[in-house]
Design a protein around this ligand. Sequence first.
Ligand code: HEM
Length: 412
Amino acid sequence: MTGEGDPAPRCPALDPAGGALHAEAAALRARGPAVRVELPGGVPAWAATGHAAIQALAADPRVSRDYRHWPGAGQAPEGWVLAPFAFQDTFANTHGAEHRRARARIAPAFSPRRVELLRPQVQATADRLVGELAALPPGGRADLRQALALPLAMTVICDLFGVPEQLRGALGRAIDTMMDSSLSQADSLAAQAELGLRLSELLAHKRAVPAPDLTGDLLLSGGPDGRPMPEPELLGTLFAMVGAGYETAVNLITSAVLELLTHPGELAKVRAGETGWADVIEETLRVEGPVMYLPLRYALADIDLGGGVVIPAGDPVVLGFAAAGRDPERHPDRPEVFDPARPDKAHLAFGHGPHFCLGAHLARLEAGIALRTLFERLPDLALADPDRPPARIPSVIVNGPAALEVVPRPAA
Ligand code: HEM
């Protein structure tokens, strides 16, 4: 980033393995509203990690998500680990009127009313999965992420988009691998090829077996202007919707369970009806937002953030959505402490502005059902290794425990 002989220190590199996402974001926040960083793969960008700056940049019409607005796009390295996100052909990576048109077509499918209609089937899936946990012998262990959070969120989004059972496992694993921003260039290329294969398989199946689902209604029936969507856009949109639909909700559910099991006093308050499940969910979104940096945005003009910080036109930008909730300027009172009873739980976990998450209602519904069903049916649920914090997902994109070993029915 700095020129030869330039005395300024090299800009900090984000840890590709997301080792200490919150501490890293806090250090960046202390340096200003936006700071130059090196993304995994060595690509320079500006990172904003404070509540006010993220909100301002996410809502600024001079900030685009369209990679055609990135003059440096051609210099991104071959096999770049963040390429599947930055260069994804999907409405989420469009800007302005083009984005508004495409989003308006998809948004009704995720309205509160439509999402509420999914409640019985989400509940039935949660009942089945929690039933399997309850059937474990006393003292038996399970990974809550794999046993509940992931299959619940995956089932919901795959049912919506009509992903057949036999394709779900391999597609889910391919999307999971995409979240690992510590992959080597060779592994990243292999993972991108694998994802392409799985998405093509899915698309071929959907074309061969038309069905009344969101893939049929929204994607195969044509783009926002009525013309058939080109193949790359179909694949990109399927990746965006299925990926966004479960990687995030999985982390919300797993992180909420972890917070409750490590804060038994807070769990007791929920059981006593003093705090609600909705408070737990919002507080988890505030302290452990499931999405950190979702690449990328691009400045369309010089953007003055104050304090002498100007993002030059053409530069890429990442927003630390999960960092906003821990900003001490927004939450001066113990920002990093999980406290569902705090009156102000403001966060930007679902983003802000024109790209605000389309799945927010769905994610909240899934998490509410998962948590209530789990803790009601398994009142003695406990962490299997209470003294060992779980490993985190190796990612700068998503934030959550890689696994969460629990004992659903501790032995007496
Ligand atoms: C706890 C769960 C979730 C979190 C934390 C989350 C987070 C986010 C964030 C931060 C954004 C904004 C990205 C940006 O501005 O760069 C976003 C956008 C989006 N989310 Fe979610 N999401 C969640 C669940 C879901 C689900 C269940 C769906 C299912 C359909 C979904 C679909 C989308 C889509 C399609 C967009 C792009 C919207 C646009 O560009 O107009 N999300 N999400």
